[in-house]
Design a protein around this ligand. Structure first.
Ligand SMILES: CNc1ncnc2c1ncn2[C@@H]1O[C@H](COP(=O)(O)O)[C@@H](O)[C@H]1O
Ligand SMILES: [Zn+2]
Length: 349
């Protein structure tokens, strides 16, 4: 869509549950970063996929490498998170945000994984202290490419912060190039995460032919699924997988533009949102990487509505039901439900 969403969607209070920090860096922020590091010789065309453009998933992962070069100090992470990403989501009427990011170590700048997580937490705390109208939580991400050992270390770190971050770290994400690495090898780490009370959102069936891995990971079961593009039989998944998702009522995080621009879904109208929505299954519209895919959550809501012919009232319900799927505790859900109730008359006057 690459434009401005209509006022209704911009004002609609929203919940964002699937946003990778470094994929959410907007053009404006990239400008700032390029200004700080001109020697890297990075152009905008290398960090975002514009209107009508598509890339292979593999090319999308090259983009993250470029952004990682631009964001490689604690100062960068703080600026990107506090001054830009969180603020942009808040300006888009996102009232609750779960940010996820892969802790990175950078030998050149002295960045450590622990320092990485601490910095994101500091950014969230800064926005909170400022009174920004958005509740932000953090999911520590495991990059599936890095294998068993790193996954285990990441879980240990996440566990530490689950206990010490004043409720800001709520869980774990499993992401990274889905065509690389093996989910089975990560099971012990994920089981440990589950046992220590970390909530889990797993990128699952993002590409075709991962039936065995998906089946194994669904047995955990995860608390939410990212994408789940190839779960259902019509696209090479299976009824068995669908039944597992339905039986455990595992919400799906669905990212329309990301899937179309990354070419795992051929067109908006063929997006699996339709399949799950028609089943009445909890489906949450998300952005994935609003910077890389040049979108925002308002546009994604509007896109879903226009593609599938859904009314404002239906979209309101969808945004409200997303509250049920958040990882923060019940008290937070109640506060959010109250916020939605308070805002409703304004939107439907
Ligand atoms: C497009 N679909 C996707 N599928 C799988 N993983 C993805 C992704 N989009 C982003 N990431 C994951 O998020 C990282 C960037 O943010 P952070 O550095 O962690 O903040 C990527 O390197 C990848 O591991
Ligand atoms: Zn993702």
């Amino acid at each position: 869509m690459d434009g401005e969403a209509e006022l209704f969607y911009r004002q609609l209070p929203k919940v964002e549950l699937h946003a990778h920090l470094n994929g959410s860096v907007s053009v404006r922020t990239i400008d700032r970063l390029i200004g700080r590091k001109p020697h890297l010789n990075i152009q905008h065309s290398m960090t975002a996929i514009g209107k009508g453009q598509r890339r292979t998933l593999d090319e999308c992962f090259q983009v993250f490498k470029v952004i990682h070069q631009l964001v490689d100090t604690e100062e960068d992470i703080l600026m990107v998170s506090a001054d830009h990403v969180i603020r942009e989501f808040a300006a888009d009427s996102v009232k609750y945000l779960e940010l996820r990011s892969t802790p990175r170590e950078e030998k050149n700048t002295g960045l450590t994984k622990k320092g990485y997580i601490e910095t994101v937490i500091r950014a969230i705390q800064l926005c909170k202290d400022e009174g920004l109208d958005i509740d932000v939580r953090f999911l520590v991400a495991i990059d599936r490419r890095n294998g068993t050992q790193v996954a285990m270390e990441t879980v240990a770190l996440a566990e530490q912060f689950l206990l010490s971050s004043d409720g800001l770290v709520v869980g774990l994400d499993l992401s990274g190039d889905p065509t690389v690495g093996n989910g089975k090898a990560l099971l012990p780490a994920l089981e440990r995460a589950k046992n220590c009370g970390l909530k889990m959102s797993l990128h699952l069936s993002e590409v075709q032919s991962q039936l065995e891995e998906t089946d194994l990971l669904l047995n955990l079961p995860p608390n939410r699924i990212g994408h789940g593009t190839f779960l259902h039989p019509e696209v090479g998944g299976s009824q068995n997988l669908v039944d597992k998702v339905l039986k455990n009522s595992i919400p799906l995080e669905l990212c329309l533009t990301s899937n179309v621009k990354g070419q795992t879904v051929p067109s908006y109208s063929q997006h699996h949102f339709k399949y799950w929505y028609q089943l009445g299954h909890p489906s949450v519209i998300c952005t994935d990487d609003k910077g890389v895919f040049s979108t925002d959550l308002s546009q994604e809501y509007q896109l879903a509505a226009s593609t599938f012919g859904l009314s404002h009232a239906a979209m309101w319900k969808l945004s409200q039901q997303a509250i049920d799927c958040i990882f923060a505790p019940e008290t937070v859900k109640q506060q959010l439900r109250q916020k939605w109730t308070d805002l409703q008359p304004q939107l439907f006057q």
